[in-house]
Write a protein that binds this ligand. Structure first.
Ligand SMILES: [Cu+2]
Length: 173
């Protein structure tokens, strides 16, 4: 009996080591470079899926080519209501403050909140299980693009990790 317990412990130890090795493998080296993308145009927007979950955006980062036109399909695969706010940190801060101060935050109907138009960015609110499509013309300036962030400001969601990066990808062709 003792031998069996010892054997089981050894096997469990090996499993833990194997898990650690797999987890360690994910941290090895920088992420792979984004492959070149054929940019979308106004007549043929590039389709990009963004999936929102409780509490993250997929993919993260979202790769875009400066100046291209994208047809965003924003899907809420989570159980909570979520939103995708696209904008720089000033935009994200404005929505975080506006929604934190709103009465009757979710669960329940989403309160109507606004921020000044100059720092509104793009806000796409999607109920659980829903999908909203939006055409987005990406800023033409790469430096502006690299300052963009994806964020959800339903109260408490940003703090739970609901933010992602938007990065400038090389143009193919
Ligand atoms: Cu959210």
């Amino acid at each position: 009996m003792l031998d069996r317990i010892a054997l089981w412990r050894a096997a469990a130890g090996a499993l833990i080591l194997a898990s650690a090795a797999i987890a360690g493998g994910c941290d090895a080296g920088p992420p792979p470079a984004t492959p070149p993308i054929v940019p979308g145009s106004s007549s043929a927007p590039r389709e990009v899926n963004i999936v929102m979950k409780d509490w993250q955006f997929l993919p993260d980062p979202v790769d875009v080519v400066p100046g291209e036109t994208i047809l965003l399909h924003v899907v809420n695969g989570g159980l909570e209501i979520h939103e995708a706010v696209i904008g720089d940190r000033a935009v994200q801060d404005a929505w975080e403050a506006a929604e934190a101060g709103a009465a009757n935050p979710p669960p329940g109907p989403t309160p109507v909140v606004t921020v000044p138009s100059g720092i509104a960015g793009i806000r796409i609110v999607v109920p659980s299980g829903g999908r909203v499509d939006v055409v987005w013309i990406v800023p033409a300036d790469a430096a502006t693009v690299s300052g963009l962030v994806l964020g959800c400001h339903i109260p408490g969601h940003w703090a739970k990790g609901m933010h992602g990066a938007i990065v400038s990808a090389p143009r193919k062709g």
